[in-house]
Design a protein around this ligand. Structure first.
Ligand SMILES: *Cc1c(COP(=O)(O)O)cnc(C)c1O
Length: 382
């Protein structure tokens, strides 16, 4: 069976974890944590980064930093992982679900104006499959209505938005006021199974982010010698990962360019091999707008209907290939449907019914991709 995903080891993880263990400081905010954070800040120009125990936790910190009041509204796409919604719901906000675009599963920026009310505070776009949302449009709406933008960049490491207005290329996660990345084992790089990163781009949130991160204390300032004692100054929680996880992540960061090059080669092979079948109308291929780069997080296909997708997944499974679908529309979920305002979100439902993800991970071989694409050709020849 070719699995859908397999976490990749660069070879240095155990070495750095051993170092972390024998450094004698295992709790968070040690040498490896600082090394990882500096790396992100230098490579991508993020104003301030804090490692977190998961992408979900990083999103929760974003939501806490937005300082929402009961009844405040947050606009998020319905086609996303539950964490995007949960983070804001936990803060007492009302989640207003937006539909996806026709061309790809990202939030449809043209619909945003129609969803904004006097209570709207935040827009949280999700860069699905690491493909940029239409950030110029989203930031313009946010500026006009004085809203915060939280990028769910969980899938978007090392991916960019190229502004058609300024031609400037910005790393995803650097455009909104706040952003969250995930290092779960299903993402391009992992911190040993679970991990995340909070990105603070707006100076106003830097100090409070560090305090929330350090369980509501100003301990980080104390360790930098900026205050002579530390105490409880705000809300907070335990968002810091252990140094063991940071050490694991460091081994992956050192090899990011190699990981990305390999994933792109696999992605492009899929694309080339499957394009003729897409041209025959069997399914549509991943969509990359001119303003987006490809970080090869995911290779997905979109089928004409639910039955065709189901038959496709079944055939691949019978031939030893683990293809999966995902994201049931959050607006019609068991937990939230009674609180949703009843608007139909047809594009979101279409992706929930018709999208399939093919295996894509570092240790997948080009031979295996050839086997998978041949199997798909046979399915349509039969
Ligand atoms: C993976 C993911 C998350 C959650 O990240 P975890 O690290 O698993 O908590 C949130 N949003 C999106 C879009 C994701 O893909």
């Amino acid at each position: 069976m070719i699995p859908f995903n397999k976490p990749h080891l660069t070879g240095k993880e155990a070495h750095y974890m051993y170092q972390a263990v024998y450094n004698g400081k295992l709790s968070g905010n040690g040498e490896f944590t600082k090394r990882c954070q500096r790396w992100f800040e230098q490579r991508y120009g993020f104003r301030k980064t804090l490692l977190a125990t998961s992408g979900t936790d990083a999103l929760e910190m974003c939501a806490m930093l937005c300082d929402l009041k009961p009844g405040d509204e947050v606009i998020i796409p319905s086609y996303t992982f539950v964490s995007t919604a949960l983070a804001f719901l936990r803060e007492g906000a009302k989640v207003v679900f937006a539909d996806s675009m026709k061309r790809n599963p990202n939030i449809d920026a043209e619909l945003l104006e129609s969803l904004i009310t006097s209570r709207t505070r935040v827009i949280a776009p999700v860069h699905y499959a690491g493909v940029a949302c239409d950030m110029d449009a989203i930031m313009a709406v946010a500026e006009k209505h004085n809203l915060l933008v939280v990028e769910d960049a969980a899938q978007a490491i090392d991916s960019y938005y190229q502004s058609p207005i300024t031609n400037h290329q910005s790393p995803l996660g650097s455009i909104g006021h706040l952003a969250a990345f995930s290092f779960h084992e299903t993402k391009n790089i992992t911190a040993g199974g679970e991990g995340g990163l909070l990105v603070v781009n707006d100076e106003r949130f830097v100090r409070r982010a560090e305090i929330l991160w350090e369980k509501g204390t100003n301990r980080a300032e104390f360790f930098r010698g900026e205050v002579n004692k530390y105490g409880w100054v705000d809300m907070g929680s335990s968002f810091l990962p252990s140094e063991v996880n940071a050490a694991f992540l460091w081994a992956q960061l050192e090899n990011l360019d190699d990981i990305q090059a390999k994933r792109r080669a696999l992605w492009e092979t899929y694309y080339k091999q499957l394009a003729p079948l897409a041209e025959q109308g069997h399914f549509s291929m991943p969509d990359l707008p001119d303003y987006a780069t490809n970080n090869a997080h995911m290779f997905y296909l979109v089928f004409p209907d639910y039955e065709k997708r189901t038959a496709f997944i079944k055939y691949l499974k019978e031939h030893g290939v683990g293809a999966v679908f995902h994201y049931l529309s959050l607006h019609s979920s068991e937990y939230y449907h009674t609180r949703h305002d009843g608007r139909a979100l047809p594009e979101c439902d279409r992706y929930a019914d018709c999208l399939v993800r093919l295996p894509l991970f570092y240790d997948l071989s080009l031979d295996e991709v050839a086997y998978i694409t041949n199997t798909i050709r046979e399915f349509y020849a039969a």
